[in-house]
Design a protein around this ligand. Structure first.
Ligand SMILES: NC(=O)C1=CN([C@@H]2O[C@H](COP(=O)(O)OP(=O)(O)OC[C@H]3O[C@@H](n4cnc5c(N)ncnc54)[C@H](OP(=O)(O)O)[C@@H]3O)[C@@H](O)[C@H]2O)C=CC1
Ligand SMILES: N[C@@H](CC=O)C(=O)O
Length: 439
Protein backbone atom coordinates (compact mmCIF):
# COMPACT_ATOMS: atom_id res chain seq x y z
CA UNK A 1 0.00 0.00 0.00
CA UNK A 2 1.33 3.49 -0.85
CA UNK A 3 2.38 5.81 1.97
CA UNK A 4 -0.51 7.55 3.79
CA UNK A 5 -1.57 10.92 2.34
CA UNK A 6 -1.16 13.88 4.68
CA UNK A 7 -4.39 15.90 4.84
CA UNK A 8 -4.49 19.43 6.29
CA UNK A 9 -7.82 21.12 7.06
CA UNK A 10 -7.96 24.92 7.18
CA UNK A 11 -10.90 25.90 9.39
CA UNK A 12 -12.76 24.07 12.15
CA UNK A 13 -16.14 25.78 12.02
CA UNK A 14 -19.53 24.46 10.92
CA UNK A 15 -18.14 22.53 7.94
CA UNK A 16 -14.54 21.90 9.05
CA UNK A 17 -15.63 20.17 12.27
CA UNK A 18 -17.88 17.77 10.36
CA UNK A 19 -15.20 16.99 7.79
CA UNK A 20 -12.56 16.33 10.47
CA UNK A 21 -14.94 14.15 12.46
CA UNK A 22 -16.02 12.01 9.50
CA UNK A 23 -12.48 11.76 8.19
CA UNK A 24 -11.36 10.17 11.45
CA UNK A 25 -14.54 8.16 12.21
CA UNK A 26 -14.58 6.56 8.75
CA UNK A 27 -10.79 6.35 8.32
CA UNK A 28 -10.72 2.65 7.44
CA UNK A 29 -13.47 2.84 4.81
CA UNK A 30 -11.94 5.95 3.25
CA UNK A 31 -8.52 4.26 3.16
CA UNK A 32 -9.94 1.32 1.25
CA UNK A 33 -11.75 3.63 -1.21
CA UNK A 34 -8.62 5.69 -1.83
CA UNK A 35 -6.09 2.85 -1.74
CA UNK A 36 -4.11 4.36 1.14
CA UNK A 37 -4.89 5.95 4.52
CA UNK A 38 -5.78 9.64 4.74
CA UNK A 39 -3.82 10.95 7.69
CA UNK A 40 -5.28 14.13 9.19
CA UNK A 41 -2.12 16.04 10.18
CA UNK A 42 -3.63 19.29 11.45
CA UNK A 43 -6.57 21.69 11.55
CA UNK A 44 -5.84 25.41 11.28
CA UNK A 45 -7.97 27.86 13.28
CA UNK A 46 -7.68 31.43 14.52
CA UNK A 47 -8.05 30.55 18.17
CA UNK A 48 -6.99 27.11 19.46
CA UNK A 49 -8.30 27.86 22.97
CA UNK A 50 -11.91 28.37 21.85
CA UNK A 51 -14.27 25.56 23.02
CA UNK A 52 -15.56 23.59 20.02
CA UNK A 53 -18.47 21.16 20.09
CA UNK A 54 -17.38 17.78 18.79
CA UNK A 55 -13.69 18.71 19.00
CA UNK A 56 -12.84 19.85 22.53
CA UNK A 57 -12.04 16.82 24.68
CA UNK A 58 -11.50 14.56 21.66
CA UNK A 59 -8.26 13.60 19.90
CA UNK A 60 -9.13 16.22 17.22
CA UNK A 61 -8.32 18.98 19.72
CA UNK A 62 -4.64 17.94 19.63
CA UNK A 63 -4.58 18.66 15.89
CA UNK A 64 -5.63 22.32 16.17
CA UNK A 65 -3.01 24.86 15.22
CA UNK A 66 -2.80 28.58 14.55
CA UNK A 67 0.13 28.03 12.18
CA UNK A 68 -1.73 27.47 8.90
CA UNK A 69 1.35 28.16 6.77
CA UNK A 70 3.48 25.36 8.28
CA UNK A 71 0.49 23.01 8.08
CA UNK A 72 0.04 23.70 4.36
CA UNK A 73 3.76 23.27 3.69
CA UNK A 74 3.80 19.62 4.76
CA UNK A 75 0.48 18.44 3.26
CA UNK A 76 -0.38 16.27 0.24
CA UNK A 77 -3.98 17.52 0.24
CA UNK A 78 -5.23 20.81 1.66
CA UNK A 79 -8.95 21.19 2.47
CA UNK A 80 -9.76 24.89 2.73
CA UNK A 81 -12.84 25.54 4.91
CA UNK A 82 -12.02 28.88 6.49
CA UNK A 83 -13.91 31.02 3.96
CA UNK A 84 -13.26 34.62 2.92
CA UNK A 85 -10.67 35.89 0.48
CA UNK A 86 -7.49 36.23 2.55
CA UNK A 87 -5.63 34.34 3.91
CA UNK A 88 -7.57 31.54 2.13
CA UNK A 89 -6.35 32.64 -1.31
CA UNK A 90 -2.66 32.85 -0.35
CA UNK A 91 -2.77 29.55 1.52
CA UNK A 92 -4.41 27.75 -1.43
CA UNK A 93 -1.83 29.19 -3.82
CA UNK A 94 0.98 28.17 -1.48
CA UNK A 95 -0.45 24.65 -1.23
CA UNK A 96 -0.72 24.37 -5.02
CA UNK A 97 2.78 25.72 -5.60
CA UNK A 98 4.05 23.17 -3.06
CA UNK A 99 2.46 20.36 -5.10
CA UNK A 100 -0.57 19.69 -2.87
CA UNK A 101 -4.05 19.01 -4.26
CA UNK A 102 -6.74 21.34 -2.96
CA UNK A 103 -10.40 20.90 -2.02
CA UNK A 104 -12.35 24.04 -1.15
CA UNK A 105 -15.93 25.10 -0.38
CA UNK A 106 -15.07 28.77 -0.80
CA UNK A 107 -17.48 30.15 -3.42
CA UNK A 108 -16.68 33.76 -2.55
CA UNK A 109 -13.02 33.21 -3.42
CA UNK A 110 -13.71 31.12 -6.54
CA UNK A 111 -16.17 33.69 -7.90
CA UNK A 112 -13.72 36.52 -7.28
CA UNK A 113 -10.45 34.91 -8.28
CA UNK A 114 -11.18 31.43 -9.65
CA UNK A 115 -9.13 31.77 -12.86
CA UNK A 116 -5.94 32.57 -10.88
CA UNK A 117 -6.43 29.46 -8.77
CA UNK A 118 -7.36 27.26 -11.78
CA UNK A 119 -4.29 28.46 -13.69
CA UNK A 120 -2.01 27.80 -10.72
CA UNK A 121 -3.42 24.28 -10.27
CA UNK A 122 -3.04 23.62 -14.00
CA UNK A 123 0.57 24.84 -14.00
CA UNK A 124 1.44 22.74 -10.96
CA UNK A 125 -0.37 19.67 -12.33
CA UNK A 126 -2.53 19.26 -9.22
CA UNK A 127 -6.28 19.02 -8.64
CA UNK A 128 -8.50 21.87 -7.46
CA UNK A 129 -11.95 20.52 -6.54
CA UNK A 130 -14.87 22.56 -5.25
CA UNK A 131 -18.13 20.55 -5.25
CA UNK A 132 -19.17 22.00 -1.87
CA UNK A 133 -18.92 25.57 -3.15
CA UNK A 134 -22.31 25.31 -4.89
CA UNK A 135 -25.51 23.98 -3.31
CA UNK A 136 -24.05 22.14 -0.32
CA UNK A 137 -24.52 18.38 -0.55
CA UNK A 138 -25.99 18.39 -4.07
CA UNK A 139 -23.67 17.00 -6.73
CA UNK A 140 -24.00 19.83 -9.26
CA UNK A 141 -20.45 21.02 -9.99
CA UNK A 142 -19.31 17.61 -11.19
CA UNK A 143 -22.34 16.98 -13.47
CA UNK A 144 -22.01 20.42 -15.04
CA UNK A 145 -18.19 20.35 -15.20
CA UNK A 146 -17.84 16.74 -16.40
CA UNK A 147 -21.05 14.89 -17.28
CA UNK A 148 -22.44 17.73 -19.45
CA UNK A 149 -19.08 18.74 -20.94
CA UNK A 150 -20.15 17.29 -24.32
CA UNK A 151 -23.56 18.99 -24.41
CA UNK A 152 -24.72 22.57 -25.02
CA UNK A 153 -26.21 23.98 -21.83
CA UNK A 154 -28.95 26.52 -22.51
CA UNK A 155 -30.09 27.47 -19.04
CA UNK A 156 -29.33 26.88 -15.39
CA UNK A 157 -32.05 27.96 -12.97
CA UNK A 158 -32.46 27.26 -9.31
CA UNK A 159 -32.37 27.93 -5.62
CA UNK A 160 -28.73 27.89 -4.55
CA UNK A 161 -28.81 29.59 -1.16
CA UNK A 162 -30.12 27.61 1.78
CA UNK A 163 -30.32 30.53 4.20
CA UNK A 164 -32.61 32.70 2.08
CA UNK A 165 -34.77 29.72 1.17
CA UNK A 166 -35.09 28.91 4.86
CA UNK A 167 -35.93 32.54 5.66
CA UNK A 168 -38.57 32.89 2.89
CA UNK A 169 -40.07 29.56 3.90
CA UNK A 170 -40.34 30.59 7.57
CA UNK A 171 -41.87 33.94 6.55
CA UNK A 172 -44.44 32.19 4.35
CA UNK A 173 -45.40 29.30 6.59
CA UNK A 174 -44.95 30.69 10.12
CA UNK A 175 -45.23 34.43 9.56
CA UNK A 176 -41.72 35.10 10.92
CA UNK A 177 -40.02 38.45 10.38
CA UNK A 178 -36.95 38.31 8.14
CA UNK A 179 -34.49 39.20 10.93
CA UNK A 180 -35.80 36.48 13.24
CA UNK A 181 -35.62 33.84 10.51
CA UNK A 182 -32.04 34.89 9.64
CA UNK A 183 -31.04 34.40 13.29
CA UNK A 184 -32.46 30.86 13.18
CA UNK A 185 -30.54 30.13 9.98
CA UNK A 186 -27.34 31.31 11.69
CA UNK A 187 -27.97 29.04 14.68
CA UNK A 188 -28.55 26.09 12.37
CA UNK A 189 -25.19 26.69 10.65
CA UNK A 190 -26.66 27.64 7.25
CA UNK A 191 -25.58 31.28 7.08
CA UNK A 192 -22.23 32.70 6.03
CA UNK A 193 -19.94 34.24 8.68
CA UNK A 194 -21.58 37.54 7.68
CA UNK A 195 -25.22 36.66 6.83
CA UNK A 196 -25.50 39.83 4.72
CA UNK A 197 -23.81 37.75 2.00
CA UNK A 198 -26.85 35.47 2.04
CA UNK A 199 -29.59 38.06 2.52
CA UNK A 200 -28.29 40.45 -0.14
CA UNK A 201 -27.84 37.63 -2.68
CA UNK A 202 -24.03 37.82 -2.86
CA UNK A 203 -23.57 34.16 -1.89
CA UNK A 204 -26.09 33.05 -4.54
CA UNK A 205 -24.41 35.37 -7.06
CA UNK A 206 -21.02 33.77 -6.36
CA UNK A 207 -22.53 30.33 -6.92
CA UNK A 208 -24.27 31.55 -10.08
CA UNK A 209 -20.94 32.88 -11.41
CA UNK A 210 -19.24 29.53 -10.73
CA UNK A 211 -22.05 27.50 -12.32
CA UNK A 212 -22.29 29.82 -15.34
CA UNK A 213 -18.52 29.66 -15.93
CA UNK A 214 -18.65 25.86 -15.92
CA UNK A 215 -21.92 25.46 -17.83
CA UNK A 216 -21.08 27.92 -20.63
CA UNK A 217 -17.27 27.46 -20.61
CA UNK A 218 -17.06 31.21 -20.26
CA UNK A 219 -15.36 33.39 -17.69
CA UNK A 220 -18.14 34.85 -15.54
CA UNK A 221 -16.96 37.01 -12.66
CA UNK A 222 -19.00 38.02 -9.64
CA UNK A 223 -19.42 41.54 -11.06
CA UNK A 224 -21.05 40.07 -14.18
CA UNK A 225 -23.98 38.81 -12.10
CA UNK A 226 -26.94 41.19 -11.69
CA UNK A 227 -27.77 40.72 -8.04
CA UNK A 228 -30.76 41.58 -5.86
CA UNK A 229 -31.28 39.91 -2.48
CA UNK A 230 -34.32 39.41 -0.27
CA UNK A 231 -33.86 42.33 2.15
CA UNK A 232 -36.64 44.29 0.41
CA UNK A 233 -39.10 41.36 0.47
CA UNK A 234 -41.83 42.22 2.98
CA UNK A 235 -44.32 40.11 4.90
CA UNK A 236 -46.94 41.80 2.71
CA UNK A 237 -45.16 40.59 -0.48
CA UNK A 238 -45.07 37.06 0.92
CA UNK A 239 -48.78 37.18 1.85
CA UNK A 240 -49.77 38.57 -1.57
CA UNK A 241 -47.71 35.93 -3.30
CA UNK A 242 -49.73 33.28 -1.49
CA UNK A 243 -53.04 35.00 -2.32
CA UNK A 244 -52.15 34.93 -6.01
CA UNK A 245 -51.03 31.28 -6.01
CA UNK A 246 -47.31 31.94 -5.85
CA UNK A 247 -44.32 31.42 -3.56
CA UNK A 248 -41.41 33.86 -3.39
CA UNK A 249 -38.01 32.24 -4.00
CA UNK A 250 -34.53 33.68 -4.43
CA UNK A 251 -33.50 32.38 -7.85
CA UNK A 252 -30.17 32.20 -9.63
CA UNK A 253 -30.52 32.15 -13.42
CA UNK A 254 -27.83 31.78 -16.06
CA UNK A 255 -28.97 31.51 -19.67
CA UNK A 256 -27.73 31.60 -23.21
CA UNK A 257 -29.49 34.49 -24.96
CA UNK A 258 -29.30 36.74 -27.98
CA UNK A 259 -29.41 40.52 -27.69
CA UNK A 260 -28.92 42.99 -30.55
CA UNK A 261 -27.78 40.10 -32.75
CA UNK A 262 -25.10 39.03 -30.25
CA UNK A 263 -25.28 35.61 -28.60
CA UNK A 264 -24.02 35.59 -25.05
CA UNK A 265 -25.06 34.70 -21.54
CA UNK A 266 -27.01 36.48 -18.87
CA UNK A 267 -26.57 35.73 -15.21
CA UNK A 268 -28.83 37.12 -12.50
CA UNK A 269 -29.97 36.54 -8.94
CA UNK A 270 -33.22 37.99 -7.66
CA UNK A 271 -36.37 37.12 -5.73
CA UNK A 272 -39.18 35.90 -7.98
CA UNK A 273 -42.76 34.72 -7.78
CA UNK A 274 -42.93 31.03 -8.63
CA UNK A 275 -46.33 29.36 -9.20
CA UNK A 276 -47.19 27.28 -6.13
CA UNK A 277 -47.51 24.09 -8.21
CA UNK A 278 -44.00 24.51 -9.71
CA UNK A 279 -41.38 22.08 -8.29
CA UNK A 280 -39.25 25.00 -7.08
CA UNK A 281 -42.13 26.21 -4.89
CA UNK A 282 -41.97 22.91 -3.01
CA UNK A 283 -38.30 23.37 -2.09
CA UNK A 284 -38.57 23.96 1.67
CA UNK A 285 -36.21 24.99 4.45
CA UNK A 286 -32.51 25.09 3.59
CA UNK A 287 -32.92 22.72 0.65
CA UNK A 288 -31.68 23.78 -2.79
CA UNK A 289 -32.77 22.72 -6.28
CA UNK A 290 -31.14 23.39 -9.63
CA UNK A 291 -32.62 22.81 -13.10
CA UNK A 292 -30.25 22.47 -16.01
CA UNK A 293 -31.53 22.57 -19.59
CA UNK A 294 -29.13 21.22 -22.18
CA UNK A 295 -29.57 20.77 -25.91
CA UNK A 296 -29.25 16.97 -25.98
CA UNK A 297 -29.91 16.01 -22.34
CA UNK A 298 -33.09 18.08 -22.05
CA UNK A 299 -34.15 19.04 -18.51
CA UNK A 300 -32.28 17.79 -15.46
CA UNK A 301 -33.15 18.52 -11.86
CA UNK A 302 -30.81 18.34 -8.87
CA UNK A 303 -32.25 18.55 -5.37
CA UNK A 304 -30.98 18.21 -1.82
CA UNK A 305 -29.65 19.91 1.28
CA UNK A 306 -27.97 23.15 0.27
CA UNK A 307 -26.35 24.18 3.53
CA UNK A 308 -25.25 22.95 6.93
CA UNK A 309 -22.16 21.24 8.29
CA UNK A 310 -23.02 17.57 7.74
CA UNK A 311 -24.49 17.87 4.20
CA UNK A 312 -21.62 20.08 3.05
CA UNK A 313 -19.06 17.68 4.54
CA UNK A 314 -20.40 14.99 2.19
CA UNK A 315 -19.44 17.05 -0.86
CA UNK A 316 -16.05 17.96 0.64
CA UNK A 317 -15.23 14.34 1.48
CA UNK A 318 -16.31 13.19 -2.00
CA UNK A 319 -13.83 15.65 -3.48
CA UNK A 320 -11.18 14.56 -1.01
CA UNK A 321 -11.55 10.92 -2.06
CA UNK A 322 -11.36 11.92 -5.76
CA UNK A 323 -8.19 14.01 -5.48
CA UNK A 324 -6.60 11.41 -3.16
CA UNK A 325 -7.33 8.64 -5.68
CA UNK A 326 -5.58 10.68 -8.36
CA UNK A 327 -2.51 10.99 -6.14
CA UNK A 328 -2.48 7.23 -5.59
CA UNK A 329 -3.39 6.03 -9.08
CA UNK A 330 -2.16 8.93 -11.18
CA UNK A 331 -4.26 11.18 -13.42
CA UNK A 332 -6.02 14.45 -12.74
CA UNK A 333 -9.49 15.90 -12.69
CA UNK A 334 -10.75 18.46 -15.19
CA UNK A 335 -8.93 21.76 -15.65
CA UNK A 336 -10.57 25.12 -16.32
CA UNK A 337 -7.78 26.47 -18.49
CA UNK A 338 -9.56 27.35 -21.71
CA UNK A 339 -12.70 29.43 -22.03
CA UNK A 340 -14.99 30.14 -24.96
CA UNK A 341 -15.34 33.85 -25.57
CA UNK A 342 -19.10 34.18 -25.03
CA UNK A 343 -19.88 37.73 -23.98
CA UNK A 344 -21.84 38.40 -20.82
CA UNK A 345 -24.92 40.37 -21.90
CA UNK A 346 -26.27 43.32 -19.91
CA UNK A 347 -28.79 42.35 -17.24
CA UNK A 348 -31.20 45.07 -18.36
CA UNK A 349 -31.60 43.15 -21.63
CA UNK A 350 -33.09 40.13 -19.81
CA UNK A 351 -36.76 39.44 -20.51
CA UNK A 352 -39.06 38.40 -17.66
CA UNK A 353 -42.71 38.50 -16.71
CA UNK A 354 -43.52 40.87 -13.86
CA UNK A 355 -46.21 41.30 -11.25
CA UNK A 356 -46.77 44.95 -10.34
CA UNK A 357 -48.91 46.03 -7.39
CA UNK A 358 -50.20 49.59 -7.59
CA UNK A 359 -52.27 51.62 -5.13
CA UNK A 360 -54.42 53.83 -7.39
CA UNK A 361 -57.36 56.20 -7.09
CA UNK A 362 -60.54 54.19 -7.54
CA UNK A 363 -62.22 56.19 -10.33
CA UNK A 364 -63.04 55.77 -14.03
CA UNK A 365 -60.20 56.16 -16.50
CA UNK A 366 -57.36 55.19 -14.14
CA UNK A 367 -56.92 51.71 -15.55
CA UNK A 368 -56.71 53.17 -19.06
CA UNK A 369 -53.98 55.61 -17.93
CA UNK A 370 -52.01 52.80 -16.35
CA UNK A 371 -52.39 50.58 -19.42
CA UNK A 372 -51.24 53.46 -21.63
CA UNK A 373 -48.11 54.00 -19.47
CA UNK A 374 -47.21 50.34 -19.87
CA UNK A 375 -47.96 50.29 -23.60
CA UNK A 376 -45.82 53.41 -24.16
CA UNK A 377 -42.78 51.38 -23.06
CA UNK A 378 -43.75 48.25 -24.95
CA UNK A 379 -44.88 46.35 -21.85
CA UNK A 380 -47.97 44.31 -22.54
CA UNK A 381 -50.49 43.26 -19.88
CA UNK A 382 -51.29 39.58 -19.44
CA UNK A 383 -53.81 39.98 -16.57
CA UNK A 384 -55.20 42.66 -14.25
CA UNK A 385 -57.04 42.23 -10.99
CA UNK A 386 -58.52 45.03 -8.90
CA UNK A 387 -59.20 44.74 -5.18
CA UNK A 388 -60.20 47.22 -2.48
CA UNK A 389 -57.33 48.98 -0.74
CA UNK A 390 -57.45 50.43 2.79
CA UNK A 391 -57.83 54.23 2.63
CA UNK A 392 -54.98 55.99 4.47
CA UNK A 393 -56.09 58.01 7.54
CA UNK A 394 -57.19 61.55 6.67
CA UNK A 395 -57.58 60.77 2.99
CA UNK A 396 -61.13 60.78 1.69
CA UNK A 397 -60.39 59.25 -1.74
CA UNK A 398 -61.33 55.66 -2.38
CA UNK A 399 -58.29 53.64 -3.38
CA UNK A 400 -57.93 50.38 -5.25
CA UNK A 401 -55.10 47.94 -5.55
CA UNK A 402 -54.25 46.96 -9.11
CA UNK A 403 -52.45 43.68 -9.49
CA UNK A 404 -50.95 43.64 -12.98
CA UNK A 405 -49.16 40.66 -14.49
CA UNK A 406 -47.22 41.48 -17.65
CA UNK A 407 -46.14 39.38 -20.57
CA UNK A 408 -42.35 38.95 -20.84
CA UNK A 409 -40.77 42.39 -21.01
CA UNK A 410 -37.24 43.68 -20.97
CA UNK A 411 -35.91 44.73 -17.55
CA UNK A 412 -35.02 48.15 -19.00
CA UNK A 413 -38.58 48.65 -20.33
CA UNK A 414 -40.10 47.68 -17.01
CA UNK A 415 -37.78 50.07 -15.13
CA UNK A 416 -38.89 52.91 -17.43
CA UNK A 417 -42.53 51.90 -16.96
CA UNK A 418 -42.25 52.01 -13.17
CA UNK A 419 -40.87 55.57 -13.39
CA UNK A 420 -43.75 56.55 -15.69
CA UNK A 421 -46.31 54.97 -13.34
CA UNK A 422 -44.85 56.79 -10.34
CA UNK A 423 -45.37 60.07 -12.21
CA UNK A 424 -49.09 59.44 -12.81
CA UNK A 425 -51.34 61.52 -10.50
CA UNK A 426 -53.77 58.64 -10.12
CA UNK A 427 -51.05 56.28 -8.87
CA UNK A 428 -50.56 56.75 -5.13
CA UNK A 429 -47.85 54.14 -4.74
CA UNK A 430 -46.00 51.47 -6.67
CA UNK A 431 -46.35 48.98 -3.84
CA UNK A 432 -44.15 46.25 -5.29
CA UNK A 433 -42.61 44.95 -8.50
CA UNK A 434 -41.67 41.28 -8.57
CA UNK A 435 -40.47 39.10 -11.40
CA UNK A 436 -42.46 35.97 -12.22
CA UNK A 437 -40.55 32.82 -13.20
CA UNK A 438 -41.42 29.24 -13.93
CA UNK A 439 -44.92 29.78 -15.33
N1 LIG B 1 -21.94 26.57 6.46
C1 LIG B 1 -22.41 26.05 5.33
O1 LIG B 1 -23.56 25.56 5.25
C2 LIG B 1 -21.58 26.06 4.10
C3 LIG B 1 -20.38 26.72 4.05
N2 LIG B 1 -19.65 26.72 2.89
C4 LIG B 1 -18.37 27.38 2.83
O2 LIG B 1 -17.45 26.65 3.66
C5 LIG B 1 -16.50 27.53 4.22
C6 LIG B 1 -16.54 27.41 5.75
O3 LIG B 1 -17.83 27.76 6.19
P1 LIG B 1 -18.26 27.54 7.73
O4 LIG B 1 -17.70 26.28 8.23
O5 LIG B 1 -19.72 27.76 7.76
O6 LIG B 1 -17.50 28.77 8.41
P2 LIG B 1 -17.25 29.02 9.96
O7 LIG B 1 -17.24 30.50 10.13
O8 LIG B 1 -18.17 28.21 10.79
O9 LIG B 1 -15.76 28.46 10.20
C7 LIG B 1 -14.63 29.07 9.70
C8 LIG B 1 -13.41 28.43 10.34
O10 LIG B 1 -12.25 28.97 9.71
C9 LIG B 1 -11.35 29.42 10.70
N3 LIG B 1 -10.66 30.60 10.20
C10 LIG B 1 -11.20 31.72 9.67
N4 LIG B 1 -10.24 32.60 9.35
C11 LIG B 1 -9.07 32.01 9.69
C12 LIG B 1 -7.71 32.40 9.63
N5 LIG B 1 -7.37 33.61 9.15
N6 LIG B 1 -6.76 31.54 10.05
C13 LIG B 1 -7.10 30.34 10.55
N7 LIG B 1 -8.37 29.91 10.64
C14 LIG B 1 -9.33 30.73 10.22
C15 LIG B 1 -12.20 29.77 11.91
O11 LIG B 1 -11.38 29.71 13.06
P3 LIG B 1 -11.95 30.02 14.54
O12 LIG B 1 -12.91 28.89 14.80
O13 LIG B 1 -10.77 29.96 15.45
O14 LIG B 1 -12.62 31.34 14.47
C16 LIG B 1 -13.27 28.70 11.84
O15 LIG B 1 -12.83 27.54 12.50
C17 LIG B 1 -16.85 28.92 3.70
O16 LIG B 1 -16.12 29.18 2.53
C18 LIG B 1 -18.33 28.79 3.36
O17 LIG B 1 -18.74 29.71 2.38
C19 LIG B 1 -20.07 26.04 1.77
C20 LIG B 1 -21.24 25.36 1.77
C21 LIG B 1 -22.11 25.34 2.92
N1 LIG C 1 -24.70 30.31 3.40
C1 LIG C 1 -24.83 29.32 2.39
C2 LIG C 1 -24.14 28.07 2.82
C3 LIG C 1 -23.96 27.13 1.71
O1 LIG C 1 -23.38 27.41 0.69
C4 LIG C 1 -26.29 29.03 2.13
O2 LIG C 1 -27.11 29.41 2.96
O3 LIG C 1 -26.60 28.44 1.09
Amino acid sequence: MPAPLKVAILGCGVVGTQVARRLTEHADELASRVGTPLELVGIAVRDVAQPREGVTGTPLADLLTQDAESLVAGADVVVELMGGIEPARSLILRAIEGGASVVTANKALLAQDGPTLYAAADAAGVDLYFEAAVAGAIPIVRPVRESLAGDQVQRVLGIVNGTTNYVLDRMATDGLELEQAVKEAQTLGYAEADPTADVEGHDAAAKAAILASLAFHTRVALDDVACEGISAVTADDVAWAQRTGHTIKLLAIAERNAHDGVTGIQVRVHPALVPSDHPLAGVRGAFNAVFVEAEAAGELMFYGRGAGGAPTSSAVLGDLVSVARHRVLGGRGPVESSYAALPVLPALAARTRFQVRLAVEDRPGVLAQVAAALAEHGVSIEAVRQVAYPVPAGDGDALALLLITTHAAQESALAATVTALTDLDAVREVVSVLRVEGA
